[in-house]
Design a protein around this ligand. Structure first.
Ligand code: GDP
Length: 461
């Protein structure tokens, strides 16, 4: 495959800062393509030994921009599969700015587009699409679990599995086609007996892989927790305490959280997204509030977990509008534990932080967003439930919706192949299955898929 061919078919050499924002101690400027060698010739001659760092002045002849490290990675044994040069210079704006300008003046060199280095790596067969996606996930990883998952995927965990399935599928297809070309009158109609068990086994393995309940996707994008409850129960206050920053507006005027506020947390290494929702008012509120309530309930349905916050001052009464969602909640808290005993209609509530099953069997704890009492227990309870949802991720399910959709197409085609009485149709179904599976790793339709995969990349990667 021709690496890095532009839309006009001309393969340019590209360059970009691959390290982070400036100013920084060190900046890494990467050059990839057939003219990478000439960048060294122009700015830091002579060509060093491959993969050996050398310290020397870097800049146009007689006009050094900085002294830095120069590394030469001749293709195909480089990150992109092309000739690659790295300049490690001081991460100052002027240093990097002047170096980029000097590179831009060289013939055939242009700035890289977002994700272009990884894109070239895929085009040159250095990695497949799932590994490229893992590179993006690795850079975006905020929690240890996300990082570990990205690392495994970058190492080819998904590629090996999907390529393995595809190889077996193609073998079955070849077998079936051979039977079509040299029919044996004794064989039963439909999918050849020799092929059927293998196709059934593949369908079964794919089903099991898909059945991880979305755990791997949850690790990647986070477990969504919707916070629900009546207005003024302290939903926003609890969100802020868990987030350790004021994310939602906390106000004593009922119904101030009209839209859904989102906060990202790291709970025991797992990414969790908390959604603070509009209060569930018994009277429905005004039109905007009614819309907020509608959205809250909608969000609650798509959330992985539902946390209901109740006003402890009203213990043990649950307002009617909240009683409905409480039934499907995973966890509930009585907030404002500090007001405990201050004339609660139900008498003296149980002690703080004790998990007590409420009506309907939902476990509830006592907390106070004001004093912080019980919040550690709440965090632990949330982490436990979120961790339970993600526990299966160790089994490495599909990490993106894109994978899931392609696997479902693959499975559907396999099931059709097993059901049909016509061997020709079965062969066509197996071909469809192989194509759907190949789309995940990029074995087919590569160009068409590149844009989707590289949309989320930043420049210099
Ligand atoms: P939301 O409408 O459910 O989001 O409730 P807010 O978080 O806006 O809180 C409503 C009011 O209750 C505010 O005046 C908060 O300061 C107060 N509040 C929240 N949590 C507590 C708590 O634990 N104890 C006490 N005493 N007041 C609280």
């Amino acid at each position: 495959m021709a690496g890095g061919a532009g839309r006009d078919g001309v393969s340019h050499t590209v360059f970009a800062v691959s390290s982070g924002a400036m100013p920084a101690g060190v900046a890494v400027v990467r050059v990839s393509g057939r003219s990478a060698r000439s960048a060294i010739a122009a700015l830091a001659p002579p060509l060093p030994e491959p993969r050996r760092a050398v310290l020397r002045p870097i800049g146009p002849a007689g006009d050094a921009i900085d002294r830095g490290l120069v590394l030469w990675f001749p293709g195909p044994h480089s990150a992109t599969g092309e000739d690659v040069v790295e300049f490690h210079v001081h991460g100052g704006r002027a240093v990097v700015g002047d170096l980029l300008e000097a590179l831009g003046r060289l013939a055939d060199l242009r700035p890289a587009e977002p994700g272009e280095f990884t894109r070239r790596a895929v085009l040159n067969g250095r990695m497949d699409l799932t590994e490229a996606e893992a590179v993006a996930d690795m850079v975006a990883a905020e929690t240890a679990m996300q990082r570990r998952q990205a690392l495994r995927q970058m190492g080819g965990s998904l590629r090996t599995r999907y390529d393995g399935w595809r190889t077996r599928l193609l073998a079955a297809l070849a077998h079936l086609e051979a039977d079509l070309d040299f029919p044996d009158e004794d064989l039963p109609a439909g999918i050849a007996a020799a092929v059927a068990p293998e196709v059934a086994a593949l369908a079964e393995e794919i089903t099991r892989h898909l059945d991880d309940g979305g755990a791997a996707e949850r690790v990647r994008s986070g477990v969504a927790v919707a916070i629900l409850g009546p207005p003024n129960a302290g939903k926003s206050s609890i969100l802020n305490k868990l987030a350790r920053r004021p994310a939602a507006i906390v106000s004593h005027i009922a119904g101030t959280t009209r839209d859904v506020v989102e906060v990202h947390l790291d709970l025991a290494g797992l990414a969790v997204t908390l959604w603070d929702t509009a209060g569930l008012r018994d009277d429905g509120g005004d039109e905007i509030e009614a819309e907020g309530i509608r959205r809250s309930l909608e969000r609650a349905e798509t959330a992985d977990l539902r946390l209901v916050v109740l006003d402890g001052a009203g213990w043990p009464d649950v307002p009617a509008a909240t009683a409905g969602v409480l039934a499907s909640a995973d966890l509930a808290v009585w907030n404002k534990a500090d007001l405990r005993g201050a004339g609660s209609p139900g008498g003296d509530p149980p002690a703080e932080s004790k998990v007590e099953p409420m009506a309907g069997g939902v476990p509830a704890l006592w907390v106070s967003a004001l004093t912080g009492a019980g919040l550690a227990e709440l965090e632990a309870a949330l982490a436990e439930r979120a961790g339970g949802l993600a526990a299966l991720a160790a089994g490495l399910g599909p990490t993106r919706t894109r994978h899931r959709a392609a696997l479902q197409d693959t499975k559907a085609a396999l099931v059709r192949a097993l059901a049909t009485a016509e061997p020709e149709l079965a062969a066509e179904d197996l071909r469809v299955a192989a194509t759907a599976l190949g789309r995940i790793t990029g074995r087919i339709d590569v160009e068409e898929l590149l844009d989707v995969v590289f949309r989320d990349f930043c420049i210099g990667k």
